[in-house]
Design a protein around this ligand. Structure first.
Ligand SMILES: NC(=O)c1ccc[n+]([C@@H]2O[C@H](COP(=O)([O-])OP(=O)(O)OC[C@H]3O[C@@H](n4cnc5c(N)ncnc54)[C@H](OP(=O)(O)O)[C@@H]3O)[C@@H](O)[C@H]2O)c1
Length: 343
């Protein structure tokens, strides 16, 4: 296939919030698959919080992206050339194949720890964009972090942060399906309306305009918090911990509030709250569940079919807008999954 492949490489390591100049748009010929390889044309490129720590010299958890390398990120696209008997042209696959319009894959299906393996996507189940969100790794994250660590029980109170985003909106709906009272914490009134009016959360708190977040959580959770699904760390976590109920569970899923700061900060000691509540905090990494990903996809797709699980996507058109869409997501511009449509 002749033509040009556009891709974004990492041009500089950001200090604090990334800038568009931290990325550089490069062009190269569309690559030709060798024996055993497939060529994928991207339809959607994903922007995810996990990409921010990969831009640091040391990523903390997982790999770092070298300066000049194609920016690590997921895409979903169509196989336009196949020299691998396991894949047909016209099929769709999703994988960690980088911010680029065309990508090669050897067809490996290993998805462990940011591996560049691919997963086939069935476009008859849902639009292929969902393979990057509700039916992709964010959905798998919400499902297993909520059910395996959160272990919600009917009548319990569950608090979810980044509640109107990809993982948070799914996690909160799962807790509703399991019969819980669900309180979402998010950054705008429009997002509070979305989670309470469209997703059926019982209450929402706008952390950006609430002067005393700790008091607001206490008021919204009169029986205490049985599960805190922590997507942020930072001041939101500190405001929730004093309301923990006895036996609370806290899946530590994300730390977007602290993500731009590579230094280890002194944070208020959570021990007094954990000990008082006999609570359990446990770190979660989705890659521990790659072998069970289909179990989550199957359950979520079933809830989508019977109307108990809703989702939204914030889609920006144009590959050249990928860095700006990424930065906007980090600043909270998205409701649901933030994506870039490429064709
Ligand atoms: N452990 C794992 O395996 C795993 C896997 C996937 C995702 N995650 C984590 O899950 C979290 C959500 O990821 P996602 O993909 O679903 O992203 P998302 O929620 O769709 O988008 C990110 C959202 O984070 C919120 N945010 C940004 N800065 C914040 C701050 N300082 N304090 C509070 N909220 C802030 C913004 O919403 P607001 O308007 O509400 O501020 C923004 O819309 C992230 O922390 C991510 O790292 C973890």
């Amino acid at each position: 296939m002749t033509g040009v492949n556009r891709r974004f490489v990492l041009a500089a390591r950001p200090v604090g919030m990334p800038k568009e100049s931290d990325f550089r748009l490069e062009t190269a010929p569309i690559p030709t698959p060798k024996d055993g390889e497939i060529l994928i044309r991207a339809h959607y490129v994903s922007v995810d919080p996990l990409q921010r720590p990969r831009m640091n010299a040391s990523a903390g958890i997982g790999r770092t992206v070298n300066l000049g390398d194609v920016m690590m990120g997921r895409l979903v696209g169509e196989i336009v050339q196949s020299r691998n008997a396991n894949y047909r042209e016209g099929e769709f696959v999703e994988g960690m194949l980088g911010w680029q319009e065309y990508a090669l894959s050897d067809g490996d299906t290993n998805r462990d720890l940011y591996a560049p393996g691919v997963t086939k996507v069935d476009p008859t189940i849902a639009p292929i964009s969902t393979s990057l969100g509700i039916l992709g790794f964010p959905g798998v994250t919400a499902y297993f972090a909520m059910l395996e660590i959160g272990q919600p029980k009917p009548g319990e109170t569950v608090v979810v942060s980044t509640a109107a985003g990809t993982v948070g909106s799914i996690a909160g709906q799962i807790a509703k399906i399991y019969g819980c009272r669900v309180v979402g914490i998010t950054g705008t009134d429009a997002k509070v309306d979305y989670i309470t009016e469209e997703l059926g959360f019982d209450a929402g708190i706008n952390y950006a305009t609430t002067p005393d977040l700790e008091a607001a959580v206490r008021a919204a959770c009169p029986k205490g918090v049985d599960v805190y699904f922590d997507n942020t760390g930072g001041p939101i976590r500190d405001a929730v911990l004093p309301s923990l109920a006895k036996g609370a569970r806290i899946p530590l899923v994300g730390r977007i509030a602290d993500m731009h700061d590579a230094t280890i900060k002194l944070v208020p000691d959570p021990q007094i709250h954990l000990t008082r509540a006999r609570a359990r905090m446990e770190g979660f990494i989705v890659y521990d569940y790659v072998d069970r990903a289909d179990e989550a996809r199957h359950a979520i797709a079933g809830w989508m079919r019977d109307g108990r699980m809703r989702y939204r996507e914030t889609i920006v058109h144009g590959f050249e807008n990928t860095p700006a869409t990424f930065i906007a997501m980090l600043n909270g511009a998205n409701i649901g999954k933030a994506l870039v449509s490429v064709i």
